[in-house]
Design a protein around this ligand. Structure first.
Ligand code: PLP
Length: 284
């Protein structure tokens, strides 16, 4: 695999970042994951805009322009022959060669790293045909989940808890209400209405969430953005999650309670189809 590190395209075995890099020592870094279908980028613009917002919120310097970023994404897709897959991008605050809680001086260059993940069959995924089983766990993450930082230890632990329980993923619950999934936004559908938590600092402002809600609205589906509990979702007709890496993923079970007939629901399936088709057409 050829990867990108600070201006260079290198074999992955030759790519290096300092052990003093604040991304490594303090999780002082933000990231984006953009999917690739037919060798093209899905919603590159949305990811570039959110990246800039994350950087601004953390007063981190931009490593390069949006145009240069697009160029790097495209070059990596080409060099690695990606037809379907993902591109991971990470910007860290860099380092001035020591460990210090105080940020390094402002002229310290940020680090920019990108790599591809080849995922043939990403769109036609067997997991999406089967649907996901989720468990609920307490949301004990920090209070700025709207910033896409690499502090992913708790979501990673949540995923492991789900695996140990024979499930696929975990939904996080704070003050009795579902925030989101470990790496996706969460929805349920009752009597034709799609319900999801409103945007705030409590959840990541999903790029896929924005696109799917727009498409649902265009398809005359009803949407309510409000808080909801696990119990309410368990009583739903169907449920699903959205993310750039899994698109629309039907959810068929929540904490052992089967939804509907235990197969992906019609609205989740339809939204997945619409999302994939429209996104392919708009890919760059
Ligand atoms: N929520 C969390 C916590 C995530 O980590 C992600 C994606 O990684 C999402 C939601 C979905 O966001 P997007 O649709 O931009 O991938």
């Amino acid at each position: 695999r050829t990867v990108y590190v600070n201006g260079e395209y290198l074999p992955e075995t030759e790519a290096k970042v300092s052990i003093f890099d604040r991304g490594f020592l303090f999780a002082d870094a933000v990231y984006e994951v953009t999917s690739v279908l037919d060798g093209k980028l899905i919603d590159f613009d949305g990811h570039a805009v959110r990246l800039q917002r994350s950087l601004d919120e953390l007063e981190m310097a931009s490593p390069c322009s949006k145009e240069d970023l697009l160029e790097v994404h495209r070059k990596l897709v080409e060099l690695n022959g990606i037809d379907e897959g993902l591109i991971y991008l990470q910007v860290t605050r860099g380092s001035d060669g020591d460990r210090d809680f105080v940020f390094p001086s402002e002229d310290t260059p940020p680090s920019l790293v990108l790599f591809t993940q080849n995922k043939p069959g990403l769109a036609d995924s067997p997991a999406a045909k089967k649907g996901a089983k989720v468990i609920s766990i307490e949301d004990i993450r920090w209070g700025r989940r709207d910033i896409k930082t690499v502090q992913l230890l708790y979501p990673s632990m949540g995923k492991m808890m789900a695996k140990k329980a024979g499930c696929d993923d975990a939904w996080l619950v704070e003050d009795g209400y579902v925030t989101e999934g470990t790496s996706n936004n969460a929805y349920f559908v009752k009597n034709g209405t799609i319900v999801t938590r409103p945007l705030s600092n409590d959840i990541l402002h999903g790029i896929t969430r924005k696109a799917v809600l727009r498409m649902a609205q265009e398809a005359q589906m009803k949407i309510e953005e409000r808080l909801f509990t696990i119990e309410e979702a368990q009583g739903a007709d169907e449920a699903f999650t959205t993310s750039a890496s899994a698109f629309v993923m039907p959810v068929i079970e929540i904490d052992g309670v089967q939804l509907g007939d235990g197969t992906p629901g019609p609205i989740a399936r339809r939204l997945r189809e619409i999302y994939l088709e429209e996104s392919r057409n708009a890919a760059v």
